[in-house]
Design a protein around this ligand. Structure first.
Ligand code: DGT
Ligand code: CA
Ligand code: CA
Ligand code: ZN
Length: 576
């Protein structure tokens, strides 16, 4: 367990205590302990005696130590056993916190959102002290719109479900191989349903196992070759299509059900030109009726004189003509990640640990970019702490010759348009990110004033998550992205493609536009813990779709090249 998980567990305990109606001192002890850990720079490993920290008492210290040693908390398990699990769903309804959920549960016996909806419709809730007719009405609306499953779900919502399904498929001896297909495999930012191809010579056994999958709710259909199920997720369930095939048909089925539709249309045209027909079981030679199969997708593509097209590039079909056999798709060579957080602000690990993990991934350098002091909730760095961190990073660099850490910051652009540090502080930092985390509802003019201030500052190297959108949850703030792209080219300020699957910000259409204009781009994880470094794959997936040239992405540059760019006056920084 890392520090962030411990903090989240302490907060979870506080929420449970709130629901139980425990006394406020006890509740706030857990919240204070969480804050104390957040404030401390050290990673969990380095904290031996939590009780020495101001804000951590005997009881909370014991919980922390137990979590550190065993990854579990007896206090939490006991609380969880004493309350219905469905209460945690209720807490997610906008406007309901632990306190209110607790009162609804204890005073009215409401345990689930169905129960809450029923009670609200019978007007029993407005009778409770502190709840009125208005809040009751709001609750009804919130539950109804919250329960409604949108047509398309964000990638980030379905990934945990996909991973859970896959961990089960991996265990089944009857499965010869399996793969994601459809929009999930193509890494689209939203998906309608999940698709899997499973190769087996025991289809009946696999079918039964699928029907017994964990978290399955309804069975949509259960044929011998196709099983469709709903799998429970948070907050929405997801439907999943499984195709069960013989191993020799695996490659063609996988290609067929990966899509996209337009890509498949173009492949079928190529087949027709050579007297063949593609279907999900194989390729039919029209003259003889023979069915050809392929050991893998690469051989399938080669059969049509085409190089292997990575799934995320399978878009409108033009990718096929752009890559005849011999014109291989060259994957991006990723050298760096330039946006990540550590225990100095709201991250889970130390910068040393992040650097080691990045080195393992084959990177040559990273930037450590904790939050600036405006962001108090994230324990943002004061000037003194920033200087201390950067000194520690420089010392680390002295001791390591095969990897570099750029000193950095993710500096808030304040609501009034000013920047969170003075220019002389910024001038001492290798890689300065500016971004917006406040006053999201400002007018476009005000937002653009803030952005302009940052982009025209000679020390700001990059704008992180330029629109602030959260896919499927929040539209993002009012910015004129076309203008940002123009300013980016004009000022040499890099625009980020934030690869967190909740964000993917900039989105596809703007990536394409940035490429047309010639604005420099970066693809970063914004990792708050080591495993989130992996999120960059979603960013490179979008870059592949948008056909972003390798050199446009500053993360593909060598340490020397990036250093030289950062040492060039901003207005002279040019991509081509
Ligand atoms: P979505 O809407 O996010 O689920 O997108 P996809 O691409 O996953 O679409 P889906 O699940 O309907 O189908 C998976 C792939 O199967 C699709 O990309 C192309 C392929 N496919 C082959 N035959 C058909 C067909 O008759 N209808 C559809 N819809 N797709 C087909
Ligand atoms: Ca699908
Ligand atoms: Ca499907
Ligand atoms: Zn960040």
């Amino acid at each position: 367990m890392d520090k962030k998980q411990v903090i989240q567990t302490l907060e979870e305990i506080a929420r449970y205590l709130e629901i139980k109606g425990e006394n406020t001192f006890k509740i706030s002890a857990y919240r204070k302990a969480a804050q104390a850990l957040e404030k401390d720079e050290r990673s969990l490993q380095e904290i031996d005696r939590p009780q020495q920290l101001a804000g951590i008492g005997k009881a909370t210290s014991e919980v922390i130590l137990e979590l550190k040693e065993t990854g579990q908390s007896t206090v939490l398990s006991e609380l969880q056993e004493s309350l219905p699990a469905s209460l945690m769903e209720l807490i997610q309804i906008p406007g309901l916190g632990g306190k209110k959920v607790g009162r609804l549960y204890r005073e009215l016996g409401i345990e689930s959102k169905e129960g809450l909806l029923e009670a609200a419709k019978l007007n029993t809730i407005q009778a409770l002290e502190g709840f009125g007719a208005k809040s009751e009405e709001k609750m009804i609306q919130a539950i109804e719109s919250w329960s409604e499953r949108p047509d398309r779900l964000p990638l980030a919502t379905v990934l945990p479900i996909a991973k859970k399904v896959e961990s089960q498929l991996n265990e089944w001896a009857e499965v010869i191989r399996f793969s994601r297909a459809g929009s999930l495999r193509r890494l689209n930012e939203t998906v309608k349903d999940l698709d899997y191809i499973i190769a087996t010579d025991q289809p009946a056994v696999v079918k039964q196992r699928l029907l017994d999958l964990q978290d399955r709710t309804d069975i949509i259909s259960k044929g011998d070759t196709k099983v469709s199920l709903n799998i429970k997720g948070n907050p929405h369930s997801v439907s999943v299509d499984f195709r069960i095939v013989a191993d020799e048909a695996f490659a063609t089925a996988l290609h067929h059900f990966t899509g996209s539709k337009d890509h498949n249309v173009r492949m079928r045209q190529l087949a027709k030109q050579q007297g063949e027909k593609i279907n999900e079981y194989g390729v039919e030679v029209l003259e003889t009726g023979e069915i050809l199969t392929f050991p893998n997708e690469t051989d399938f593509f080669h059969h049509f004189h085409t190089a292997f097209i990575p799934p995320e590039a399978r878009e409108d079909g033009t990718e096929i003509d752009a890559h005849p056999i011999g014109q291989q798709f060259v994957p991006y060579k990723v050298m760096s990640d330039l946006h990540m957080h550590t225990t100095w602000s709201d991250g889970a690990q130390s910068f040393e640990e992040m650097a080691e993990a990045a080195k393992e991934k084959g990177y040559h350098h990273i930037a450590i970019t904790d939050h600036s002091h405006y962001l108090k909730v994230a324990n943002g760095l004061t000037v003194e702490r920033l200087k201390a961190q950067h000194q520690a990073i420089r010392d680390w660099n002295e001791r390591h010759t095969d990897f570099s850490i750029f000193t950095g910051i993710e500096m808030d652009i304040l609501p009034n348009g000013s920047l969170d540090y003075e220019d002389d502080v910024l001038a001492s930092i290798d890689f300065v990110i500016a971004s917006i985390h406040s006053s999201f509802s400002q007018s476009k003019a005000d937002m653009m004033k803030r952005m302009k201030q940052a982009m025209f500052n000679p020390h700001v190297d990059m704008i992180a998550h330029p629109t602030g959108r959260l896919i499927g949850k929040r539209a993002g703030y009012q910015v004129d992205v076309e203008q940002l792209i123009q300013w980016s080219k004009e000022t040499g300020t890099v625009l980020e493609l934030n690869a967190n699957p909740n964000r993917l910000d900039l989105e596809l259409m703007w990536l394409k536009r940035a490429v047309e204009v010639g604005a420099p781009l970066a693809i970063n994880s914004d990792a708050h813990r080591i495993d989130m470094l992996e999120d960059v794959v979603y960013g490179y997936g979008q870059a592949t779709k948008a056909k972003v040239p390798h050199d446009t992405i500053i993360n593909t540059w060598s340490t020397e090249k990036l250093t030289a760019w950062l040492n060039t006056n901003k207005q002279d920084r040019r991509l081509y």
